[in-house]
Every structure is written in C-alpha cells, then in structure tokens.
Design a protein around this ligand. Structure first.
Ligand SMILES: *[C@@H]1O[C@H](CO)[C@@H](O)[C@H](O)[C@H]1NC(C)=O
Ligand SMILES: *[C@@H]1O[C@H](CO)[C@@H](O)[C@H](O)[C@H]1NC(C)=O
Ligand SMILES: *[C@@H]1O[C@H](CO)[C@@H](O)[C@H](O)[C@H]1NC(C)=O
Ligand SMILES: *[C@@H]1O[C@H](CO)[C@@H](O)[C@H](O)[C@H]1NC(C)=O
Ligand SMILES: *[C@@H]1O[C@H](CO)[C@@H](O)[C@H](O)[C@H]1NC(C)=O
Ligand SMILES: *[C@@H]1O[C@H](CO)[C@@H](O)[C@H](O)[C@H]1NC(C)=O
Ligand SMILES: *[C@@H]1O[C@H](CO)[C@@H](O)[C@H](O)[C@H]1NC(C)=O
Ligand SMILES: *[C@@H]1O[C@H](CO)[C@@H](O)[C@H](O)[C@H]1NC(C)=O
Length: 450
C-alpha cells in the first residue's frame, strides 16, 4: 500500500486512463450556479498541483515542471475565482503565497528565481498584485508590502530596463545578462510593461503611465512585432541584428494578443480615446485565429493541433480568457463578441475535462472528443478562466483608487525603482541552489526506482 500511495500523480493518472470511466461535467452557460460549480471543480483541480503549504515546501510555488511565472498567473486566476464566485476557500493561501515570493526588494525578483526570471515572468506576478488592488483583495498587514506598491515596484523595475542600446528601444526578454535570451527582445515582455502601465494609469489616475503605455505600443509596432495590417502579434527578434524584420519569429500566442487587447481596453476606459477603442476592436477582430473555424472553440494555433505545446504554452489560453473578460467589461462595445467566443468554447471544455482519477481532469486541447490524456496546472487554469469569465457582468468592474480600491501605493515614485544588480556572488549562489535542487531530484528518482 505504501508504494501505491507514494506513486507520483502522473502514474496514477495513467492507470486511471486504462480504467477509463468518464463522467461528464455539465456546464449550463445560462445558469450561474452551474458555471460556479464548474469553476469550483476546476479551481479545486488546479490546487491539487500545489503543495507549497506543506512542511519542507516553498510557499507560493508550484512544484516542477512549472516555472515560477505560472504560479504568479495561477494566483491571479484564483483572485478572480474568488471575485467571480464568492468562494474564498483559497484566499489565505493566495495571500500568503503572494507575500512569500516578493523578494528582498519587494518587487517580485526573489533571489531563488534569478537563474531564469525574465521580464515576462516578473510581469505575471505584477498582473496578479495589480488585480489584488483592483479587486480590493484583503490587504496585507501594515508591516508588509501592499498590493499596489508591489505593482508599482514591478512597473518601475521593468521600465528602468527600457533599453535603447539595440532595436531602438524595448525590453529584452531576460533581466540578467547571464541568462539565455538576454539577446532577444520579445512581445510578451513588452506586453507586460504595456499592461502594467495601462492598469496603473487607470487605477491611480496618473497620466504619466499612459505615456509609458504609448511608448511601449509605439515601439512594438515600429519594430514589427505588431503587424498593423492584420493586428497579429509575433513572438520577438534578436538584438544582434537590431530586431530586423526578417529576423522576427512569427509565432502567434494567445497571451500576447490577450494582454495587448486588455491593455488597450484599460487605456480606452481611462482616456475615452477613440484610438484606444479602435485598437481594442482591431485586436478583437484578429483573435478569431485562436478559435477553430468549425466549432468556435479556443485553441493555441501555433502548437495545439500538432501537439507540440510545451508546459508554459499549455497555460496561455488561460491568459487570453482572463483578458477577454476584462476587455468585455472595460470596453463594453466588445462584450457581445467576447461572450460569444467564450460560450462557444465551453462545450469543448466540458467534453475535455473528463479525465484522470477524479474524472474531471482537463486535457490540453478542447477540439477533440474526450480527454486527450494530458493533465497539468496550465490545463486546469485555462478551463477555469474560460468558465469564470462568463460571470464578468455579475460583479463590479475592476476598482480604481477612487471607486473602491483600498490598497496603498508607493508615494513619491520617481521611476527607476529599486533595481537589484546581481553580482557574481549571487550568481554562484543561484547555481548552488540549482545543484541542490538537481541532487534532490536525483535523490527522489533513485528512491522511486528502489
Ligand atoms: C494545503 O493546501 C491544500 C489545497 O488547498 C489543502 O487541501 C491543505 O489542507 C493545505 N495544507 C496545509 C498544511 O495547510
Ligand atoms: C528559496 O529557496 C530556499 C531553498 O529551497 C527556500 O528555503 C526558500 O524558502 C526559498 N525562498 C523563496 C522566496 O522562494
Ligand atoms: C506614439 O506614436 C504616435 C503616433 O506616431 C505619436 O503621436 C505619439 O506621440 C507617440 N507616443 C509616445 C509616448 O511616444
Ligand atoms: C535571428 O538572428 C539570430 C542571431 O543572428 C539567429 O540566431 C536566428 O536564427 C535568426 N532568426 C531568424 C528567424 O532569422
Ligand atoms: C469603463 O468601464 C465601466 C465598467 O464596465 C463602464 O461602465 C464604462 O462605460 C467604461 N467606460 C467607457 C469609456 O466605455
Ligand atoms: C475595500 O476594502 C476596504 C478595507 O477592507 C473596505 O473598507 C472597503 O469597504 C472595501 N471596498 C469595497 C468597494 O468593497
Ligand atoms: C514624499 O514627498 C514629500 C514632499 O517632498 C515628503 O514630505 C514625504 O516625506 C515623502 N514621502 C515618502 C514616503 O518618501
Ligand atoms: C505619476 O507616475 C509617474 C511614473 O511612475 C511618477 O513619476 C509620478 O511621480 C507620478 N505622479 C504622481 C502625482 O503620483
């Protein structure tokens, strides 16, 4: 018995697949209780991947193979889960997780993550603390960093990395020179800065942030990562060739479009400008490429049908769905189209989320009939976000400091922020941590083999 209980989840799921007894979860999009129930099931499934609250584990992180960014994203999904459904089961764990991972400079750059943390990774934690402020999520004690201040610190450190040395501006993918990808400028990192600027502008009613959002948009467009003929967003390009257009990696990811669309909607909502309305609408028109032309079901066009999506990419649909919901609220002229996309996706989710030992584990693709024998944090998060965003009209729009948000920010922000420059000593330290982690992994597989 002991052996069976200790088997990793993956093996148990495989066994379950052989037994294969599927019971569908019914999702009636016209019934709030039904939607809330489905969200409850998916949120519970998501949290089965979390053990950071157990002795010896690290609060706020999901276990390997999930990168740190995805934890930041998952806590954001759960803040919205609470806001949309009223179920506060996970709120304490979300709060303690967000506070545990702030890092010594209170800006989501914890030393443990320095071997892999890019601008995009930091941004995902920034989105989540921004949401905590906008949802009036329970404020930390006064001796702890506050949600809005954390969001501003993420913005300040990111903005301070704006880099004119190549490509005529933009953020690099990586923060640290010693990490692979420092020589790449990508859309997701700049999307992160754009969104933080847009949301901070609206929340704090400070138009300096609008300038930053414009600068980021203008650069993304001028470098060709945004094609304004089609409103497609491409992945990025290399600094060695100054982000030459021929060098652009032309993958399109759901999350880039989602983040730029919602950022535009925030700016429209804050400024009332017809330019931001037009941009929001143009991106909304362009995202039809992420919905199957026969069924209307959402999918990751660059990798899903070929079954080549990696662990990160399996979570991207969650990000698109979340930001479709916010767009629908902040730019109300988009609501009908967005609601229709979400509603058409739901039957795909209902037929996919019938796997695993619990019969409600979600697969990666929602285009196939039945579960596709995959499982994971990204799959659960994506299903959760689509379903809970059907409820956007049942709850207040994101608050601002003037309409109900209560989170204090950094006063006297002067830009620049508190940038920690890693020394070689820190780098060696990070290397040692990685080695310890590797040894522990080897240790545990040895134990399983035994
Ligand atoms: C850790 O979180 C899980 C999932 O929410 C919960 O079931 C469990 O009781 C928690 N354990 C501790 C020690 O808090
Ligand atoms: C960093 O890693 C160490 C070693 O695993 C752990 O004890 C500590 O809690 C981690 N800190 C954070 C902020 O993740
Ligand atoms: C962005 O580009 C537009 C159009 O060229 C220009 O009017 C605007 O001033 C630019 N904004 C910033 C902040 O550079
Ligand atoms: C872009 O340039 C880099 C650096 O020269 C090179 O490694 C990469 O293969 C190029 N990619 C494309 C799509 O041209
Ligand atoms: C901004 O969003 C709110 C909440 O949905 C909405 O009532 C308001 O009309 C929006 N503003 C604009 C300019 O559309
Ligand atoms: C926000 O939270 C504060 C502090 O808990 C509370 O006083 C206030 O009423 C809340 N605002 C809204 C709109 O719920
Ligand atoms: C902000 O600036 C004002 C005026 O310069 C100063 O009195 C105040 O102490 C500053 N607050 C902080 C937190 O630095
Ligand atoms: C507005 O935001 C900018 C950019 O962070 C900052 O420099 C400025 O001090 C802020 N203004 C006010 C009044 O808070």
């Amino acid at each position: 018995m002991r052996t069976l209980l200790s088997l990793p989840l993956s093996i148990l799921l495989l066994v379950a697949n052989f037994i294969n007894h599927a019971s569908a979860i019914v999702i009636d999009v016209n019934n709030k209780d039904s939607i809330t129930h489905a969200a409850w099931v998916f949120a519970h499934g998501l949290m089965t991947y979390y053990n950071g609250n157990q002795t010896g584990q690290t609060p706020g992180k999901f276990v390997s193979p999930y990168y740190w960014w995805e934890a930041g994203a998952a806590w954001g999904s759960l803040i919205d889960y609470w806001f949309y459904t009223g179920d506060d089961t996970y709120n304490e764990q979300v709060k303690s997780s967000l506070l545990f991972q702030v890092g010594t400079d209170n800006n989501y750059m914890p030393a443990n993550e320095s071997t892999s943390e890019g601008n995009d990774d930091q941004a995902f934690w920034g989105f989540t603390v921004m949401a905590a402020a906008e949802r009036n999520f329970s404020n930390p004690d006064t001796n702890q960093p506050q949600w809005l201040a954390l969001a501003q610190a993420v913005f300040n450190t990111m903005a301070s990395r704006w880099d004119m040395s190549t490509c005529n501006g933009g953020l690099r993918w990586q923060i640290f020179q010693f990490n692979n990808g420092y020589d790449y400028k990508n859309t997701i990192s700049n999307a992160g800065l754009f969104m933080m600027a847009a949301r901070l502008a609206r929340y704090t009613d400070n138009s300096s942030y609008v300038d930053w959002a414009e600068t980021t948009w203008n650069w993304t467009e001028s470098v060709g990562f945004l094609d304004t003929e089609s409103y497609y967003f491409y992945d990025g390009a290399h600094t060695e060739v100054n982000c030459a257009k021929w060098n652009i990696t032309k993958y399109q990811w759901t999350y880039n479009a989602g983040i730029f669309m919602a950022g535009s909607a925030y700016l429209y909502n804050y400024t009332g400008s017809s330019l931001w309305a037009q941009r929001t609408q143009s991106i909304l028109d362009s995202i039809t490429i992420f919905f199957d032309s026969d069924t209307g079901i959402m999918y990751e066009v660059a990798c899903e049908k070929s079954k080549t999506c990696d662990i990160d990419e399996k979570a991207f649909k969650a990000i698109l769905a979340r930001f479709m919901g916010l767009t629908a609220v902040l730019a109300p002229f988009t609501y009908n189209t967005i609601y229709e996309h979400l509603v058409q996706t739901v039957p795909g989710i209902a037929q996919s989320c019938v796997g695993g030992l619990d019969d409600v584990t979600c697969g990666t693709t929602w285009l196939e009939v039945g579960w596709d024998n995959t499982w994971g944090l990204g799959q659960q998060m994506s299903a959760l976000e689509v379903v809970q965003n059907l409820l956007v009209q049942d709850v207040p729009a994101p608050y601002t400091a003037a309409t109900g948000g209560s989170s204090p920010g950094i006063t006297n922000v002067t830009g620049g922020g508190n940038v920690k420059v890693l020394t070689t000593g820190d780098r060696a330290g990070a290397g040692i941590l990685t080695s310890i982690a590797l040894l522990m992994m080897l240790g545990s597989s040895w134990w399983i083999a035994l």
